[in-house]
Write a protein that binds this ligand. Sequence first.
Ligand SMILES: [Fe+2]
Ligand SMILES: [Fe+2]
Length: 315
Amino acid sequence: MGELYVKRELYELCINKPLPVNIYLQISSKFVCYKTKGDLIDTKTFQKLELQKINNIFIHENDLRIFLKCHLDSLIDTQEEEVEEETAKEPPELSNAKIESQRAMLDIFQAQHPDKAIAQAIKTSQKLVLEIMKLPFTTKALNLLQTYSKGSVDHSVNVSVLSVYLALQMGYANATILQTIGTGSLLHDIGKSKVNVFDNDTQEIIGLKLKEHPLLGLNLLQEEKTISSEIKSIVIQHHEAYDGSGYPNHLRGNSIHDLTRLISIANCFDHAITEAQGSLVERQKKSISILDREYYKLFDPLKLDKVLKILKLGI
Ligand SMILES: [Fe+2]
Ligand SMILES: [Fe+2]
């Protein structure tokens, strides 16, 4: 009976609009219907639940898709909200991650894009990634990654926002898949937090040690039940290359997970942007031409075609 219900985070509830599905609470190991489809949870009721330290709600497993879709739609609806406002309410460690993320996001996207549709897709991606960053496990993981370097957190947030943005523009509309893309790319380099580099290590040794980070990342996530197998694939496979020259398993072509093939391109683009010189627009242009010139062998060519078209339209 318990298996019919799926545990979700309280903050995923759409407040101030009719519930798309029945909501259950777990009381004395029983699932009790708390609100039914069509009911409204207003801000006061939501705050009461928070005060009661109810962090999770349950929904029927058949309702998962519609529930997540409503959550994603509400992220799009509330895109006008100021990120700064949210930051003030968060615990300090999360605020730090968010401040980092805002800076990182601005480093890859123009603050205010002139094209309305592009601006909307960017905001939606940023919102979704900020929501994912609120999850207890991702907060913990990013704090851990911060011990390796702050730059890796910036990079992870950039790759995550860019991957979700590219996915949205490529027509991925399923909320669960977008959530997987956002989470997988946010965690893709988490294994770096387990790489031990010593002062006397040569560049060659550091390079060899770093090559272990996909496997170290997978080991870190292995125990975590809330992390799906798709997310684990993204972490272990993000340095595999389409021509089989990548690592750690020299996977080739479509044996690399579909979502990983997209995230690997975003990963490379963010590295190129960071290394390029000049204004943001100049760095974007240079990075696009590097991907165009040098990476057709390493990436899924159909995906790279689409990504380059989207990027050329102007991120
Ligand atoms: Fe990596
Ligand atoms: Fe990376």
